[in-house]
Design a protein around this ligand. Sequence first.
Ligand SMILES: C[S@@+](CC[C@H](N)C(=O)[O-])C[C@H]1O[C@@H](n2cnc3c(N)ncnc32)[C@H](O)[C@@H]1O
Length: 178
Amino acid sequence: MPLLNVGDPVLDLGCGCGVPATAILAELYAVTGVDLSPVQIARARRLVPAAEFRCADMSTVEFPSHCFAAVVAFFSIIHVPLEEQPAIFKSIYRWLRPGGYLLATVGSVAWTGTEDDWHGAPMYWSHADRATYLALLKETGFEVLWTRFIPEGTGGHTLVLARTPTLPSPASGEGDER
Ligand SMILES: C[S@@+](CC[C@H](N)C(=O)[O-])C[C@H]1O[C@@H](n2cnc3c(N)ncnc32)[C@H](O)[C@@H]1O
């Protein structure tokens, strides 16, 4: 049974150049992509003309409450400093409609650090372990539906599908204006 309807509004946080995920989503949904990198946003606008894009930091970007049916964040939140991530999950919770979905890559094991040569450039990661993310999502008000281990090299990440309750929960900070 499909979780979304054709035309539903979907946010792709940390969309990169929009290929492949944003492009695939944009075939069925009204997608907004957000990325910190102006170069990636310029590529995404060219590669995925059907989607809307905003060059913005996911830690500070703002959207109206309950405006998305789903938020995806593939391999992106894990590049934001860990201490900023709880507020991002709160924002996502607020942007989602009741019964909305979050599909995100989070950590499998805890690690914060930098690699000097990640495909030719320095790269920063910051993530907690799987159990910490599941606790954080539940604390934020999400119901965790499933998780999958996504292998990468000698390690890997966790893909999690979570859902907001059908009725907004008072624990969510509903009404907060952040
Ligand atoms: C590894 S790429 C993943 C891109 C895409 N989601 C994918 O799976 O192909 C991580 C992306 O997150 C973006 N990013 C990192 N920190 C961000 C932030 N604070 N706000 C928005 N985007 C961010 C980067 O610019 C980069 O394009």
